[in-house]
Ligand binder design. Structure first.
Ligand code: AMP
Ligand code: FE
Ligand code: FE
Ligand code: ZN
Length: 288
């Protein structure tokens, strides 16, 4: 990878809560001038094949996922996201765990809908499932139903305290984060902690936990992310240096469910090469 390569290692397609299909996503990544893009849908690898098939010339695809995890070291447990790159998508334990989390997401979604309905809000679970179109269901799909019903104007408003951010927020049955790191490593993948300081979404974990995860196989930290302030980005970089972890920056692109653009934040070529060098599951894919 050249020193000027543009590398975005965190994006979502319709295989989870993004709005571009995986094929359109890689085409958009090519059009945005990226050299490398990672597809990291929530708790699924379902978009990988379409992304590979549509990969434009000059773009390298990193196959990945973003795992819904939880740290059970405090009560109540704190949710967090683990990016996993280049793991074997057929590793049975990981496959089973991802399927379990996707089911847990559906159960939680249905419970949120029942809470809304109990307050007289007319949204239906079947409509939300249809909106997800077979992809991993998430709160953004419920947010879309609230927008369609005219109850809120934007996804941001739907994630506010009166709606999915607090009043109608329910936990889902996530993967224990230590188990997730172990499973990703066992599948030959490279785990990177996504937006570790994104406190706008809720409670964040202490640096001490990040140190514990680093000791058992966590490879990196996402520093440059739209939900991190400049001071938080610097803090994450310092922590990573102390712990010997690599540092990434990425857009966390979700299509029109968010405003951030592909390539808005990027990862340096050295960190990228470290990820590729550590991976033992699948390889980066480059088209002709
Ligand atoms: P879930 O995975 O179902 O808990 O929903 C979390 C997802 O909602 C995240 O991955 C983001 O894509 C999205 N999200 C979280 N907070 C916001 C927000 N404030 N505005 C828009 N999207 C958000
Ligand atoms: Fe998301
Ligand atoms: Fe995330
Ligand atoms: Zn994400």
């Amino acid at each position: 990878m050249s020193a000027s390569a543009r590398i975005d290692l965190h994006t979502h397609s319709t295989a989870s809560d993004g709005t571009l299909g995986p094929a359109d996503l890689v085409r958009a990544a090519g059009d945005a001038g990226l050299d490398v893009v990672a597809l990291t849908d929530h708790d699924t690898t379902a978009g990988w094949a379409d992304a590979v098939a549509a990969l434009p010339r000059g773009l390298t695809l990193i196959r990945g996922a973003e795992l819904s995890c939880r740290w059970f070291g405090v009560e109540p447990a704190i949710p967090l996201h683990l990016l996993a790159y280049l793991f074997d998508p057929d590793e049975p334990e990981l496959v089973a765990e991802l399927a379990r989390v996707r089911r847990a997401r559906e159960e939680r979604g249905e419970r949120i809908v029942r809470l809304l309905q109990a307050d007289g809000i007319r949204v239906s679970w079947s409509e939300i499932l249809a909106g997800a179109a077979g992809g991993t269901v998430g709160r953004p799909h419920i947010a879309q139903a609230l927008i369609r019903a005219g109850l809120v104007a934007t996804t941001t408003e739907a994630f506010g305290p009166d709606w999915l951010g607090e009043r109608y927020r329910l936990p889902k049955d996530d993967i224990d984060v230590f188990r997730a790191v172990a499973l990703v490593r066992a599948a030959g993948g490279v785990p990177v902690f996504a937006h570790p300081k994104a406190s706008r979404r809720g409670r964040i974990v202490p640096d001490d936990l990040i140190a514990q995860l680093a000791a058992v196989g966590l490879a990196g930290l996402e520093a440059d992310h739209e939900e991190h302030s400049p001071a938080e980005r610097e803090h994450v970089r310092r922590l990573a240096a102390e712990l010997g972890l690599l540092v990434t920056g990425s857009s966390d692109f979700h299509g029109t469910h968010k405003t951030v653009r592909l390539g808005a934040f990027t990862t340096g070529p050295e960190a990228y090469e470290r990820i590729v060098g550590l991976a033992r599951g699948v390889t980066p894919v480059a088209s002709g």
